[in-house]
Design a protein. Structure first.
Length: 365
């Protein structure tokens, strides 16, 4: 059966995305529009990953000289930056260790510490994500204050992440005492620590969550906390991270991941992201974890928004009417606040609406 002619036009207009995806698979795209591919690689913060994958596949000699120079320089500079981030992480870990805490690494920080040193240049990080026990959250902020860090909040509280910075540093530190939501998926320090691996840095000790937990946290971060499921957004860096973490999954690992996302809304969000990773990157995912009409429609919606960005507000509004999302919102609104039930409503707060319809976050397309 032939596909409609409009589908061919739709795909052609995404040539720059297809070219970038070819590079991320270690392939040189034919008839590459390099300015547009590089622009998209920069927008998604994937230029160092493109460089690393093309170099590993031996494709650099086939690149135009100026393109090869650009990617080589991006990889080199990002490698230098990540070396500074690792030194910053080591100092923070040693400071916390001195107070009896080994922090857990989250998201891109976990990937960076987990990767072999010669592959660390491939990942661009915005910050250092750490988790500490809730009862040690405030003392650890004080420990970091002692080496010059300044929190972004004058009155930090456990349960609310705090961003700490110093003017001389490459990255900020995002300090967490838990991660997630009780209505979808939530991790405490102890939840992650029980299956975490101990990692010795040059001067400090940190904990690495299991690959399943790392993957679940990325799904939770993008699809649910970041509302990418509702917005139709894609974070290619995190898809690449997931591909790396899941590369050695056995069936038991996939089963465990699936158990983390049981509610209808969370399950649909997980399946959409895994389907996107399979379609765009060739990530190997069991079919049972990508099936469902909502996942397929959301994947098509993502591509449609890339082709026609003006559709995004209308399609986001339709996503808010998804019955699984409405049920999840109502469940969240039934939680208690100061002993009083919050009135049930399927509508998100004003801040959430601004994030859904206005905010354009770093690295997302």
């Amino acid at each position: 059966m032939k596909r409609p002619r409009c589908w061919g036009y739709f795909v052609i207009r995404l040539d720059h995305l297809n070219g970038l995806l070819s590079c991320l698979r270690g392939q040189t795209p034919s008839h590459a529009d390099w300015p547009r591919i590089i622009a998209l690689a920069n927008k998604t913060l994937c230029s160092p990953a493109v460089a690393a994958r093309l170099r590993k596949a031996g494709r650099f000699p086939a690149l135009p000289s100026d393109v090869a120079t650009f990617f080589a320089e991006m990889e080199r500079r990002n490698g230098d930056r990540n070396d500074r981030i690792m030194a910053q992480l080591d100092e923070a870990a040693a400071t916390m260790n001195a107070a009896g805490v080994s922090p857990i690494l989250l998201k891109g920080t976990a990937w960076l510490a987990h990767a072999p040193p010669d592959e660390r240049a491939a990942r661009m990080l915005a910050d250092i994500d750490l988790m500490v026990p809730a009862d040690r959250f405030l003392p650890m902020i004080d420990q970091l204050r002692g080496i010059g860090y300044c929190p972004d909040s004058p009155d930090p509280q456990p349960g609310v992440p705090v961003v700490l910075s110093r003017p001389q540093d490459t990255a900020t530190i995002d300090l967490h005492s838990d991660y997630g939501s009780a209505n979808t998926l939530s991790y405490s320090f102890d939840d992650l620590a029980q299956n975490a691996a101990l990692l010795e840095l040059a001067g400090g000790i940190v904990l690495l969550p299991s690959p399943v937990a790392c993957t679940a946290i990325l799904l939770l971060h993008d699809q649910l906390k970041g509302r990418d499921y509702l917005r139709g957004r894609i974070d290619l860096r995190h898809l690449l991270d997931m591909q790396s973490f899941a590369s050695r999954f056995q069936q038991d690992d996939w089963d465990e991941l699936n158990r983390h996302f049981q509610s209808g809304y969370a399950r649909n969000a997980m399946r959409t992201q895994l389907l996107t990773a399979r379609k765009l990157l060739g990530m190997e995912v069991p079919r049972a974890l990508t099936r469902g009409i909502r996942a397929r429609l959301q994947y098509i919606r993502r591509l449609a928004q890339l082709r026609w960005p003006g559709l995004a507000p209308f399609l986001t509004f339709l996503s808010l009417l998804d019955p699984s999302y409405v049920l999840a919102r109502r469940a969240a609104r039934r939680t208690l606040l100061d002993g009083e039930p919050i009135a049930a409503s399927g509508l998100p707060r004003r801040e959430s609406l601004e994030r859904l319809f206005i905010r354009n976050e770093l690295g997302k397309i």
